[in-house]
Design a protein around this ligand. Structure first.
Ligand code: TYD
Ligand code: MG
Length: 451
């Protein structure tokens, strides 16, 4: 009898090998290869072979106008303006961050536009109902199904013919066509593949919930990310009530759009004015605090940076950054040492972005420089001053994108001075009551900001 062939696939990235390996040559993780049955050749992909014909670009009708609003405007914004029919949306995030809560609230409103089938593969329908009662979810057209078998789910979809589908979560459902355990890469990929064909074939918008592994990748399915149309990432610090929904991939809109929510007793509340929220508890007259206008997608947000610089009692000083890349922090500290001549070598440095926000933009460099200097020199930064700009390795301050949006948002919240790159001043009109100070070097910023 011929020996049955098996393959070994990496549970992290989906890499496949005919023999077992201790370390995945693709993602370099140890001990992630697991023996699995290969897919039957052809598989479900073949069933979809429809005879598509080439069409002129102009003849294809776009479905841009058909976006369906979920009623949660922060959620719609992140999606790029609403749910596109037939789209497959992956909502990822740490366990317990609020993915199920978010989707339950979103489908409550969607259920007014049509039938919603919410497949709860992790919790019982009673649990979901109890949570729904607390959230005030009462939609008539919302159907719950506690089921983990994909074949069964598909059967129910045929019967019910829903207009929206939610799978919570993709890691707990399985298909009978594979023998591997639910949650393994091949199961997740295959289930998602089948759901994608269904979403496209039947024009059924589908939300997939996915948990995240320790290292931050959506568990197993790196493979999944290019299969779906949109990847939303729900993130936040468990110690803070604020949650940020971020689009990291979007075939129907811009990425890096964010939606801001606050987790409350009665579920998630939309925060339409995040700047006010992030600045609410700002200590106004203390050294080591500054406000920077950062841009998230097309949206300016004012956030507070805090720093603590104190002399270290150990040989190697500590450098800790929360909310900002620590390599970026190391680089800015080196610039401060060499180009602004602050002696930071023997200092412990802690940097925090208040409110649990993550900033990835180089435009906050100047703010980091200022707040480190403020804490080190123990001098208070003018409370009505904001600053932004990218700082280069020679200490020069470079222009950044969208200065007008940043300045406007700062003016709206009552700030009256803005220190910014000279290069960004071109064609920039100062809003009423706002003084703009253009600078070329990081050192100049320090001359302009302290009380
Ligand atoms: P949940 O949506 O179950 O998270 P996920 O699906 O991402 O695993 O949310 C769980 C957390 O949210 C839970 O720890 C408590 C909190 N929570 C509230 O604070 N208020 C609420 O109204 C709800 C429903 C949850
Ligand atoms: Mg959940």
């Amino acid at each position: 009898m011929a020996k049955q062939k098996t393959i070994f696939s990496c549970q992290q990235c989906g890499f496949q090998s005919p023999k077992w390996l201790g370390r995945c040559p693709d993602c370099q993780q140890w001990n992630t290869l697991v023996e699995e049955q290969p897919l039957v050749s052809g598989g479900h992909a073949r069933q979809q072979a429809t005879a598509a014909k080439p069409q002129r670009l102009a003849e294809i009708d776009s479905c841009e106008e058909d976006r369906i609003s979920s009623g949660l405007s922060e959620f719609d914004r992140t999606l790029g303006g609403g749910v596109v029919p037939g789209s497959l949306i992956l909502v990822g995030g740490d366990p317990g961050i609020g993915k199920s809560t978010l989707l339950l609230q979103a489908v409550d409103r969607l259920a007014q536009a049509g039938k919603v089938l919410y497949v709860t593969a992790e919790e019982s329908t009673r649990q979901v109902k109890l949570r729904g009662a607390r959230l005030g979810v009462s939609a008539d057209q919302l159907f719950l199904l506690a089921e983990t078998s994909l074949e069964q789910i598909k059967l129910r979809i045929k019967e019910l013919k829903p207009d929206f589908l939610v799978i919570d979560s993709i890691q707990t459902i399985f298909t009978n066509s594979l023998e591997s355990a639910p949650g393994s890469v091949s199961q997740v990929r295959d289930c998602a593949g089948q759901l994608m064909l269904q979403a496209k074939g039947e024009n059924l918008p589908t939300f997939l919930v996915g948990h995240v592994t320790k290292d931050g990748s959506i568990a197993g399915p790196r493979v999944l990310e290019h299969m779906v149309d949109t990847v939303l990432y729900f993130e936040g610090d468990p110690g803070h009530p604020y949650r940020i929904l971020r689009a990291v991939k979007n075939r129907f809109g811009s990425t890096n759009e964010i939606g801001v929510f606050e987790m409350q007793e009665q579920g998630l509340r939309e925060v339409s004015n995040p700047s006010e929220l992030f600045l609410a508890e700002r200590p106004e007259k203390s050294a080591g605090s500054v406000v920077v206008p950062a841009l998230e997608g097309s949206r300016p947000i004012l956030v507070e940076l805090q720093a603590l610089v104190s002399s270290s009692s150990f040989g190697t000083p500590q450098r800790t950054a929360i909310g900002i890349d620590h390599k970026r922090l190391a680089l800015l500290i080196a610039i401060l040492e060499k180009k602004v001549e602050l002696a930071l070598a023997g200092q412990d440095i802690f940097l925090n972005v208040a409110g649990g926000v993550r900033l990835d933009e180089p435009a906050v460099d100047l703010g980091v420089i200022a707040v480190l200097a403020s804490s080190h020199l123990n001098r208070v930064i003018e409370p009505q001053t904001v600053l932004f700009g990218e700082v280069g390795l020679t200490g020069e301050v470079r222009a950044v994108s969208q200065p007008e949006l940043r300045v406007k948002e700062a003016a709206r919240l009552g700030f009256n001075r803005c220190v910014l790159p000279q290069g960004s001043l071109k064609n920039l009109e100062a809003p009423q009551g706002m003084q703009l100070i253009g600078i070329n070097h990081a050192g100049e910023a320090l001359d302009a900001i302290f009380i």
